[in-house]
Design a protein around this ligand. Structure first.
Ligand code: ATP
Length: 562
């Protein structure tokens, strides 16, 4: 038998060692951010390496400078390490190294034995994002009219000497095979001029936010458009609103919250549909991974913690290890006086509104995120149980078509088991005031006692039970439902579907015909008739007429006679 001779083509793989630089050093265990920056500068290093058990992290100059700018120069340098950096053997193949970089690793560490010899960074390995066109996907998933609209936006921008991109959630949802309800457009150039031009062509109402250089166009052709000039951001204090500067689309993408939102699609006629993915968001989406773009992302803007949980629940993504550390650091650094209560409340409203809202609040509680509302807030087992119960209450309300506001109910469940002073501080931190604050405060304060009373009175006549609950806002009833046991809950549910809507069969005209006077007395008679009906004393109009005749004094009848 003839032996098979395989012609082997000589392959040249330089391996990891040939790609790496050696401008790195271990990060001293107790070094502060300031020390680490000094060390980098003095020894002209490109990065420092931290180790923790079998985990490696890289400290990059940009992250350390950012920490110093946020006033964290005295914090341990390791806080800003990018943990979980891949480590490969010196003889690992170039392909293996590039794969890590393409998956978003900020650097690949190269070791010999246990010693780190060097690092390969994306700039050294010249790893650019692969050129991908989303055009086939756009054509498949979008209605023709929307696709035309995108083309027209791109062409209109070009006519103004600008470049337009579809960005953020729209692109993310497209990659997930979904269609987003809104369209965010980023413009390299004058976004407001583009917005005016589109409004002129398509009609609809245009709202311009001059301070932010953004505009919203609604009610014209196609979906709602948010149009903004591409920008870079600088945060001076944790939690503050950033200073913004016009910048390139790449800068605009890397300032965003998560890699899966740092995506853009070119709308210019040339290259229409090309994907820009500088942070490897597409690869993260494929792995269902939610990843922040630098270790201080949550410190710069703690509302991103709330956004993270929302994306976890809604899109089934999971925070990666480095991002989870980022959350812990941001929570450790709470409070955030520069973060406005309105912003916090707006994010909470978005989280709690969807059906999975209560579970998202549990996830936030477990992360310790409500420390941002008040340093003494503790997320207890009882709070978790009440939030689970809230899920059941909301299902029940939905099934019975009873409208409710998600945020107040969420806050009742979240804060109901906290000491009143802490609960009150949390409500104020969310910038609640006036009637909503008064109502929630009362519901939290009275919930348990009200629930006890309802349970105690469960065998009282229906009219008595209904009178306990009538005129109370849904939040007060929900407060009792959440704080109470089965008996109190049963009472609230009975009231909401039966007790609340019960009415006399007779109306005002019937009583007038019987000689009743107009005014409060008439209301009183109708209420008495309703109570008789609730208590089962009357079931027909005739029975009510008979009762009403007894109640309306013959003298009054005589007076009413013509
Ligand atoms: P969805 O509306 O589906 O929740 P979205 O991505 O459209 O998702 P928006 O809140 O409309 O979310 O924000 C638009 C984009 O702006 C996001 O995709 C993200 O890139 C960016 N963004 C929003 N909020 C922040 C933030 N706090 N920090 C950084 N980037 C943000």
């Amino acid at each position: 038998m003839m032996a098979l001779e395989r012609a082997t083509y000589p392959q040249v793989d330089p391996g990891a060692a040939a790609l790496m630089h050696r401008a790195l050093a271990p990060c001293p265990g107790r070094a502060t951010v300031r020390d680490a920056l000094r060390l980098l500068r003095r020894r002209r290093l490109r990065l420092l390496v931290a180790r923790e058990r079998n985990l490696a992290g890289v400290l990059l100059p940009g992250d350390l400078s950012r920490a110093r700018a946020l006033g964290l120069g005295g914090r341990p340098a390791r806080d800003v390490a990018r943990w979980g950096s891949p480590v490969v053997a010196a003889r690992a193949s170039e392909v293996a190294v590039r794969r890590h970089l393409l998956e978003g690793a900020p650097a690949v560490l190269v070791r010999e034995g246990r010693r780190i010899l060097g690092a390969v960074e994306p700039s050294i390995a010249a790893v650019g994002p692969p050129a991908i066109s989303l055009l086939p996907r756009l054509e498949r998933l979008l209605p023709r009219a929307t696709l035309d609209l995108l083309r027209r936006i791109g062409a209109s921008a070009e006519a103004l000497g600008a470049r337009a991109y579809a960005v953020g959630g729209f692109v993310r949802d497209l990659l997930l095979g979904r269609q987003a309800a809104e369209l965010d457009i980023a413009v390299e150039g004058d976004a407001l001029a583009l917005a005016r031009r589109l409004a002129g062509e398509w009609g609809g109402s245009l709202v311009i936010h001059r301070t932010f250089g953004t505009a919203t166009l609604e009610g014209g052709v196609g979906p709602r458009l948010d149009i903004a000039t591409t920008r870079r951001e600088r945060y001076g204090t944790p939690g503050c609103l950033p200073e913004v500067f016009p910048a390139s689309i790449e800068d605009d993408l890397v300032r965003r919250d998560f890699s899966v939102n740092a995506l853009a699609v070119v709308l210019a006629p040339r290259g229409f549909g090309d994907l820009l993915d500088p942070c490897r968001g597409a690869s993260d989406l494929a792995r269902r991974r939610l990843r922040i773009l630098h270790p201080l992302s949550f410190v710069e803007d703690p509302t991103r913690i709330f956004r993270a949980v929302r994306y976890q629940s809604r899109l089934g993504l999971t925070l990666d290890r480095g991002s989870r550390r980022g959350v812990r650091l941001a929570i450790e650094l709470a409070l955030y006086p520069a973060l406005s209560g309105q912003r916090l409340r707006a994010e909470l409203e978005l989280i709690v509104a969807p059906p999975e809202g209560p579970l998202s609040l549990i996830a936030l509680g477990r992360l310790g995120a409500f420390k941002i509302l008040d340093a003494e807030y503790r997320f207890s087992l009882l709070a978790a149980r009440r939030l689970e119960d809230l899920g059941r209450l909301r299902d029940w309300l939905r099934r019975h078509a009873i409208a409710s506001d998600a945020l107040p109910l969420g806050l009742l469940a979240l804060l109901g088991s906290s000491p009143p002073a802490i609960a009150q501080r949390c409500l104020k931190r969310l910038a609640l005031s006036g009637e909503p604050l008064t109502r929630l405060t009362a519901a939290l304060r009275d919930g348990p006692a009200f629930a006890l009373r309802l349970a105690r009175e469960r065998t009282a006549p229906a009219s008595v039970r209904a009178s306990l609950m009538r005129g109370r806002h849904l939040e007060r009833l929900a407060g009792a439902w959440l704080a109470g046991g089965a008996a109190a809950r049963g009472q609230v549910e009975w009231f909401l579907v039966e007790g609340r809507t019960a009415q006399a069969l007779l109306g005002g005209d019937d009583l007038l015909a019987l000689g009743a006077a107009r005014g409060p007395r008439m209301r009183e008679l109708l209420d008495r008739l309703r109570d008789c009906r609730l208590d089962g004393l009357t079931t027909t109009r005739e029975e009510e007429l008979a009762l009403a005749r007894q109640w309306i004094a013959p003298a009054a009848r005589a007076q009413a006679a013509p």
